[in-house]
Ligand binder design. Structure first.
Ligand code: PHE
Ligand code: ZN
Length: 850
């Protein structure tokens, strides 16, 4: 069992690391790693280095002489050199170890992916490469020599020299070990150049496997856009002569910001119109930017310890969201981000895995790369910006870069720059970082006709979360606007700052009772309870000037209907009427229209029912949603058909906001119409599809309609050798299947020889695709839970990080009825009882069961 680590236990390392030199000879079964650390003692105590079980230690020397055995202790995860064997002042510690990259299926440290040597060191992977102070507050410049007969040898920083079979790299910027990387392989570069605003010439390379060059261009273009944007928006320039990106097929996460050498999951690099969807393109653009932005927010300024993870991740997500808003539609991006936040982070916050953006304890840090740390971490910064204003934000960020460049920082440092730059006291605000849970905001209205005054009375409550029973009030920025009953905006957006548990705000001088447009732009990550009539909601759907609030009005109208229908009521004609209004509006941005046509997902409906104190029935939810889609399609078939015709994009394909918006509106209309035409139109779209976006949109509906055989066979034949496309094949089938078909479909796919669980993308594709079928995952007989548990048990010994991450499929079990809960508990207990279960998965299962 892993031990618990506590934020309160932080102590600085009692040595100074002056420089790190590595000399690495690569071989699949026995790679030799020689390290030389220039050290200086700054406090008392022994020298303790981190390492993993896989290190075969050949020598440990101080200033060239072997450390005497009595002064040296090599335990499972630590190498300790006794106090008395250490010289005063400076000394050099050199170690030689041998490691086995080929045996590394956990994909942490040095491993092989399709014949390419690569590394993944965040968070604690470097200790699987050699003995080292593997903690983010120990930073040093690195000098690295790589030896291998592979044609391309890459590491961090700038290339120094190379010859046949070797290359030397130097990274002058002090960095922690988690930002180290190396790559060696037979790779081809798609290259470009970038001149920074102060005139530094940077060579850009996107490295891919031979044959993939024609799918790397979009990643390179995205990089250039990101580099330019960070100069304009944040005044941040790139700081090395080269910037390398490498795509590998086997990668636990999305991508990694290693200094000057970002390593990417190939699904976030490779794209062509035939193989990638519009959302793949959007995601690639965002993640390329995200990793690039880490160069300043993460690398130049890093985290003191892993409790501070959201310092770099929340900020970098916030920055990539700003970037995407600037590149595409800000309104659409905001709504998409809120949809994801609610689907993933609100769900996490409402269940057994709830934790604050800055946790104060963990067993396995890899289990904390969560929606809370990333997405809520970004929301918290958005609130901060709203509270201090754009100028204040800019000044605080300038101060942050100025004051902390080259340092390993904390959330306290971050908040202090805002306090110093703006004069604001952020003591109460800090609770957003330290407290878990989603506040529920309740609003009541008092209207005084005589005085022309509207008083909004708010209350905030946050339910207890694991380890945090009491929730003091937080500061909540509530953006509000007022509309007159004929739809005109009578009071433009005002940000109310709520600081107490209960608080009122008054609006005076109103001619008549207005309709409140609440939480505009989703100004705080809270849930809202308000008494509002259907006609007021419909008015907001039709007239709100704030696009988020407008979408939210439609979404909540739909949610109310769906919740009622799932509980046995009939549908609400007001909803179909409001949809009619939306569809009739000619000038609407197609991407926004697509979002307006989207109904809440089944898992969101279940979450909402649980929030309202009901026990969700997954089968009833599925039926309700299908019934509502059928009804909307029936009521609006003619105009939906018009939309499909109008939104049929001209060639040539471009993944830009305009075209992808049109395609998403067209496919949203298709999804509705497919409920009433037996898949007729989907077949037509498939037959004429000119790109993967249309193919996947059509295929989803064909599967649902039970007539996808031909399309699937074509896909399999056409793309057998393309792993990324085949991942879609594995995902879409269980995801779109009727709930009672999903399990047999998933089982059949799992039996295929190309279901290779050593490839995280493939595993996630199938098991995640099945898990996305809400009614199948939560089948009353527990078969869904068992299927997931069986596969988690199989993957845990191969790749514990993936097993642990996928445990979150089971995090919502407490929502459901007695019978389902018993099945889920048994499935989880079966995992927990596994002999040799990884610490990663053990922690997750224990927390989920608690
Ligand atoms: N730091 C990476 C990112 O967010 C994510 C990551 C974490 C990748 C851990 C690998 C391992 O950009
Ligand atoms: Zn990141």
């Amino acid at each position: 069992m892993a031990e618990t680590r506590f934020l309160a236990d932080y102590r600085p390392w009692p040595f100074r690391l002056i420089e790190t030199r590595l000399d690495i000879t690569l071989a699949p079964r026995g790679s030799c790693v020689r390290s030389e650390l220039a050290l200086e003692r700054t406090g008392p105590g022994p020298l303790v280095l981190d390492g993993g079980a896989g290190l075969h230690t050949l020598s440990v020397c101080i200033d060239g002489a072997a450390v005497p055995p009595e002064a040296l202790a090599i335990g499972g995860e630590a190498l300790t050199i006794g106090d008395r064997a250490l010289p005063e002042g400076r000394f050099t510690l050199s170690c030689t170890v041998e490691i086995d990259p080929e045996a590394n299926t956990a994909l942490e440290g040095l491993y092989l992916s399709g014949g390419i040597f690569c590394t993944q060191c965040e968070a604690e992977g470097f200790r699987h490469i050699t003995w080292y102070p593997d903690r983010p507050d120990v930073m040093a410049p690195f000098r690295v020599t790589l030896r291998s007969d592979m044609p391309v040898l890459l590491s961090n920083g700038n290339p120094v020299a190379s010859g046949p079979g070797w290359a030397e790299w130097h990274d002058p910027w002090p960095k922690p070990a988690y930002l180290f990387a190396l790559v060696a392989g037979d790779l081809r570069a798609v290259s470009g150049r970038f001149a920074t605003s102060s005139g530094r010439e940077v060579a850009l390379n996107v490295w891919v496997r031979p044959g993939d060059e024609d799918r790397a261009g979009f990643a390179l273009e995205s990089l250039v856009k990101a580099m330019r944007w960070d100069e304009t928006a944040y005044g941040r320039e790139y700081d090395l002569d080269v910037f390398n990106i490498v795509a590998v097929d086997d990668f636990n996460m999305g991508a990694m910001e290693n200094k000057g050498l970002n390593i990417f999951n190939s699904r976030l690099v490779l794209a062509s119109p035939e193989t990638a969807t519009d959302s793949d393109y959007e995601r690639i653009e965002a993640v390329i930017a995200h990793e690039y932005f880490h160069n300043w927010t993460g690398n130049r300024i890093t985290c003191r310890d892993w409790f501070q993870l959201c310092l770099k991740e929340g900020l970098t997500v916030f920055r990539d969201q700003q970037f995407t808003s600037d590149m595409r539609s800000a309104a659409v991006k905001r709504i998409e981000d809120v949809v994801t936040l609610r689907a993933r982070q609100f769900r996490e916050d409402a269940g057994p895995l709830a934790h604050p953006p800055r946790p104060d304890r963990y067993e396995e840090i890899n289990n904390f790369y969560t929606a809370t740390v990333y997405e809520k971490g970004a929301e918290v910064i958005g609130m901060l910006r709203r509270l201090v204003g754009d100028d204040g934000y800019r000044r605080a960020l300038d101060l942050y870069f100025d004051r902390h460049d080259g340092q390993a920082c904390t959330i306290e440092d971050w908040l202090k720059v805002f306090e110093d730059a703006t004069g604001r006291d952020l003591t109460q605000f800090k609770r957003w970082y330290t407290d878990a849970g989603t506040p529920r905001l309740t609003m009541a209205e008092d209207w005084d006709q005589g005085a022309g005054r509207l008083t909004l009375r708010f209350r905030q409550d946050t339910a207890p979360t694991p380890g945090q029973p009491d929730k003091p009030p937080r500061v909540i920025p509530i953006a509000v606007g007022l509309l007159s009953p004929n739809g005109d905006e009578v009071v433009p957006t005002r940000v109310l700052e709520m600081t107490d548990a209960e608080q009122s705000f008054a609006f005076d001088g109103l001619g008549g009772r207005p309709v409140v447009s609440l939480l505009r732009g989703f100004s705080a990550p809270v849930t809202v309870d308000r008494r509002i009539s259907r006609s007021e909601r419909a008015l907001l759907v039709a007239h709100d000037t704030d696009p988020f609030a407008r979408w939210e009005a439609a979404d909540s109208l739909a949610m109310d209907s769906l919740v009622a229908m799932a509980a046995g009521a009939g549908s609400d004609p007001a909803l179909s009427y409001a949809y009619g209004g939306v569809l009739a509006e000619r000038a609407m941005d197609p991407a926004f229209l697509a979002l307006m046509l989207r109904l809440p997902a089944e898992d969101e409906i279940a979450a909402e029912m649980a929030r309202r104190g009901a026990v969700p029935d997954p089968d009833a939810i599925h039926r309700a949603r299908e019934a509502l889609m059928t009804e909307l399609a029936t009521d609006h078939a003619r105009v939906l058909d018009q939309i499909m015709a109008e939104m049929d994009c001209p060639l040539p394909y471009a993944p830009d906001a305009a075209q992808s918006g049109a395609r998403s509106a067209r496919l949203a209309a298709l999804a509705l119409l497919s409920r009433i035409d037996g898949g007729e139109r989907a077949q037509a779209v498939w037959d004429r599809a000119g790109n993967m976006t249309e193919r996947m949109g059509a295929l989803t509906q064909l599967i649902r309609a039970g007539r996808a055989e031909g399309a699937l066979a074509w896909m399999e034949q056409r793309f057998a050798g393309n792993r990324l496309v085949m991942d879609k094949f594995f995902t879409v089938q269980p995801m779109a299947a009727a709930p009672d078909r999903a399990l047999p479909v998933a089982r059949a796919l799992a039996a295929r020889p190309d279901f290779d669980i050593r490839n995280p993308n493939r595993f996630r594709a199938l098991i995640g695709g099945f898990g996305a079928n809400h009614a199948a995952l939560h089948a009353a007989d527990g078969s869904g839970y068992d299927f997931v548990a069986d596969w988690l048990i199989r993957i845990d010994p191969v790749n514990p990080q993936i097993a642990a991450r996928m445990c979150s499929l089971l995090e919502t079990w407490p929502r459901y009825d007695e019978g389902r809960r018993a099945h889920a508990r048994r499935a989880l207990e079966r995992i927990a009882a596994l002999p040799g279960l990884s610490g990663n998965t053990a922690e997750m299962v224990t927390r989920i069961l608690a």
